[in-house]
Design a protein around this ligand. Structure first.
Ligand code: CA
Length: 383
């Protein structure tokens, strides 16, 4: 990651980094009133902007940071600040939790935006009306930077504190990379997992699974990020083209180290959503007609919000914000729901990874897109 330092650094930073510094607009000595580091990760016609504001003036309680876009950049969402735009003029306002910036302290926020053509760094940042960066001719110039600064990546919009969130916007190729790796658990056939920049729940990218029937066509995109053995909530959006079949299929699998490394699987059977335990093939709900009736189909050709939570031995599941009663293992055997699931006592999953993809064990082709995956220690919601 490369930060564009579009203003002066502090003297401390100057002393420790052979970085490119233009010292301008001094407030006292050579320290500017505020410094804005502005970084973008961009793709074809969109970008995520990450902004770090360092206040070298008097402490502020409540702030706005303003700037002007040079091109036709348009902010579509933001996090850790409320960002509004009027024409080319942008105003970012603090949220309650980061309203104070002590002298020498920094705040960070981010936004997502679209653009056409060029995407130049703004040059007129101002904190509470005070210019932050090089509005005056430089008084000192040093060598351009040859090193990059690594700064923790801000989460995407709506990402809860402490969560791992991925909307696949930082994927640059067709093959998923970074936090995700491809797996062909049995043998590699015609099942594929690719980054798709033509379909997305948010932003411009998602992951597309071409799921094909047959043991040899199993394919997954796997990550171990965000998984915890001490309680786990997951939220993702999924869109698919083909109704869940009668046959058993899986589109989420998680390796359970408390179950011999076998998978806890979410998918479908008898045309409705179900959980399945690879180790003993137990299902939730039971696949009786009364059990299946307590689950729900997964509608086609529209984005669905799937959430589940695992706390101890309890497993709960929500579809579009509504709990699915047939997908709830609550520790008390309920006929047609979790009686079979609980027949084997002591189930308490410890999940080591999270995989999105497709496994069919007989029949079942489907094309699926996944986006906006979140793993967190508490329930996430669909917004
Ligand atoms: Ca996305």
């Amino acid at each position: 990651m490369r930060w564009k330092t579009s203003g002066a650094l502090t003297m401390a930073a100057l002393a420790t980094a052979a970085a490119a510094v233009i010292i301008v607009n001094p407030v006292s000595a050579d320290v500017p009133a505020c410094v804005v580091d502005y970084h973008v990760d961009q793709w074809n016609n969109g970008f995520v902007g990450q902004v770090k504001v360092t206040n070298n003036g008097a402490a502020v309680d409540g702030w706005t940071l303003t700037w002007t876009f040079a091109g036709d950049q348009r902010v579509t969402s933001s996090w850790s600040a409320g960002v509004t735009q009027s024409g080319k003029a942008v105003t970012a306002r603090n949220q309650e939790f980061n309203r104070g910036i002590a002298t020498g302290a920094s705040v960070q926020f981010g936004f997502q935006a679209t653009f056409q053509g060029t995407n130049d760094t703004p040059t007129d940042f101002a904190l509470n009306g005070v210019r932050c960066n090089d509005t005056n001719p430089p008084t000192t110039t040093t060598t351009p930077p040859t090193t990059t600064t690594t700064t923790p990546q801000l989460p995407p919009p709506g990402c809860p504190s402490g969560a791992f969130c991925d909307g696949f916007e930082n994927q640059t190729g067709t093959t998923p990379a970074g936090d995700w790796s491809l797996m062909f658990p049995n043998c590699q056939g015609s099942g594929t997992a690719t980054v798709d920049s033509s379909t997305a729940h948010s932003g411009t990218r998602s992951v597309r699974i071409n799921g094909r029937a047959g043991y040899c066509n199993h394919v997954f995109l796997a990550t171990s990020r965000g998984m915890s053995t001490s309680g786990q909530y997951v939220r993702f959006f999924v869109r698919h083209t083909t109704a869940l079949p009668e046959s058993h299929v899986t589109f989420v699998a998680m390796k359970d180290t408390n179950d011999g490394g076998k998978d806890l699987r979410m998918g479908g059977q008898n045309r409705a959503l179900q959980w399945n335990r690879e180790s003993d093939d137990a299902t939730l709900p039971e696949q009786s007609p009364a059990g299946v009736a307590q689950s729900v189909p997964l509608a086609v050709n529209q984005w669905a919000c799937v959430e589940f939570g695992i706390t101890g031995s309890e497993l709960r599941t929500w579809l579009n914000g509504t709990e699915v009663s047939g997908l709830h293992a609550d520790g008390t055997p309920t006929p047609d729901v979790d009686a079979q699931w609980l027949r084997r006592g002591g189930w308490r999953p410890a999940l080591a990874n999270f995989r999105l993809g497709w496994e069919s064990y007989g029949n079942g082709d489907d094309t699926l897109w996944f986006d906006d995956v979140v793993m967190a220690p508490s329930r996430i919601g669909c917004s």
